[in-house]
Design a protein around this ligand. Structure first.
Ligand code: NDP
Length: 449
């Protein structure tokens, strides 16, 4: 009789948990995954994937306008939110099905219920207890909202994906990834958008040139970004909402969406009782190998708050399964991870911002290009592109690459290879340009600014 029911019990069927489960099962481990919501997790069900579909939808608005100067006659375009949401839901259902098939095809047992820890080797599922030699926690995060009067009248990104109708005016609170992305989506789909951010400039942590440039581009598209601004209370006025801001002014709108950060979904899971240490912000404390304070319990992905991105969670899950079940120990290098903000226009970055690169007193060469993309020479649209390289003057290594503009996420993915390899500016320049592209600027910037 085996000592445990499972070799591995994974709590959380998001991208990271599913990857770890499948890889471990591939090594012959007996694996179960518990998921209380829908397999696929934040990214597939209520995050990256549906968000990107909505973002595509929002781009058509300008595409129709831009087509005219290219000779197209476009009759009055109109947009139907319920059609978009229904089609988006169909695609999410399809992906959810694929994730389930991936698990069953890998012989991983799926238990569609909440799991909580009882002790280091036992989990409880709807009153039933199962045991496992190893436990992996991959429970992700959940939107967090400040506790202000009337906050219950607001929505988060979770609800935004399922609104019955597109509100005519919407206020987005926050200045991070999600706020900036949804401001662009709602605006592109035709809503009047006001974005309130408590700090000096949106996208804190990104390169300052990127932040300022994006804010200016968003404003040109009609988004009213109000910095140093926050909501004091929300009151319902019939079908509408009245927001009272900290400065006493008021805003009338059809909906308010909070994108004020996400919190690890670790509450009520029996973590403290089992001896799993948490960080002050509620994330699970782990070492480089994703091990928690309990040796046979590991944690990956957003619930550890290292770098909250899907591909990072997947990599952490893969490293965990290889290390524990495959006899191939390795761990994830969290440096120089590229990321994108699917704002309008989008942002792509990899490596250090100029401010972060200067922190240890390094001398830098900064290269910048700010131009009107070829496409818009004919459309007449006043949209510009920014590219920036942060180069260590002594070694000439490219420490950071930053872009705001059409296709930035696609371009930065390829550049991430070079930055991760430690390429120098001369090695960038040795690559001959692909012409005419925007990306060619990254290999043709000659003079530091
Ligand atoms: P972020 O942490 O990126 O941003 C939260 C924003 O809300 C910040 O601007 C923050 O301000 C503000 N804020 C926090 N608390 C309050 C408060 N009490 N009142 C008013 N404003 C507040 O969180 P998101 O929710 O946007 O995204 C969560 C994470 O998900 C991201 O960090 C990212 O890792 C991931 N993500 C990645 C995406 C991508 O790769 N494209 C897309 C979406 C999410 P301040 O700056 O002052 O702290």
């Amino acid at each position: 009789m085996p000592k445990f029911d499972y070799d591995l019990f994974v709590i959380g069927g998001g991208s990271g948990g599913v990857r770890a489960a499948r890889i471990a099962a591939g090594y012959g481990a007996k694996v179960a995954v518990a998921e209380e919501s829908r397999v696929g997790g934040t990214c597939v069900i209520r995050g990256c994937v549906p968000k990107k579909l909505l973002s595509y939808a929002a781009h058509f608005h300008e595409d129709f306008e831009d087509a005219r100067n290219y000779g197209w006659t476009v009759s009055e375009a109109s947009f139907d939110w319920p059609t978009l949401i229904a089609n988006k839901d169909r695609e999410i259902d399809r992906l959810n099905g694929i994730y389930k098939k991936l698990l069953s095809g890998s012989k991983v047992a799926l238990l569609e219920t909440r799991a909580i820890l009882v002790d280091p080797h036992t989990v409880e599922l709807a009153g039933k207890r199962v045991t496992a030699k190893n436990i992996l926690i991959a429970v992700g995060g959940w939107p967090e909202r400040p506790d202000i009067p009337g906050i219950e009248h607001s929505i988060t990104s979770n609800e935004a994906f399922h609104l019955q109708n597109l509100p005519r005016e919407i206020v987005v609170v926050g200045g991070g990834y999600i706020a900036v992305e949804f401001a662009g989506i709602f605006n592109g789909l035709g809503a009047k958008v006001t974005q309130l951010y408590r700090g000096e400039q949106i996208l804190r942590g990104f390169d300052d040139d990127v932040r300022n440039f994006l804010a200016a581009e968003m404003a040109k598209k009609g988004i009213d970004i109000r910095t140093r601004s926050d909501v004091a209370r929300i009151d319902k006025a019939g079908e509408r909402l009245k927001l009272t801001l900290l400065d006493g002014s008021t805003l009338d709108c059809g909906a308010v969406m909070y994108a004020t950060g996400r919190r690890a979904k670790t509450d009520g899971m029996g973590l403290a009782e089992t001896g799993v240490d948490l960080n002050a912000n509620g994330t699970i404390a782990v070492d480089a190998t994703s091990q928690t304070s309990v040796p046979n319990i590991h944690a990956i992905g957003d619930c550890t708050g290292r770098v909250n991105l899907t591909p990072v969670a997947i990599r952490e899950g893969h490293a965990y399964a290889d290390s524990i079940f495959g006899g191939k120990a390795w761990h994830v290098d969290h440096r120089n991870i590229a990321s994108a903000v699917f704002s309008h226009p989008p942002v792509g970055v990899v490596g250090l911002s100029e401010a972060d690169a200067r922190k240890d007193g390094r001398a830098l060469d900064i290269y910048k290009a700010d131009f009107k993309p070829l496409k818009h020479t004919i459309t007449g649209r006043d949209e510009r592109t920014l590219m920036k390289l942060v180069v260590d003057r002594a070694s000439q290594v490219v420490l950071g690459a930053h872009m705001v503009g059409m296709d930035a996420p696609e371009i930065i993915q390829a550049l991430a290879i070079a930055v991760k390899m430690g390429a120098t500016k001369a090695q960038f320049d040795a690559a001959i340009a692909v012409h005419p592209t925007a990306a060619e600027e990254f290999v043709t910037m000659r003079t530091p600014v």
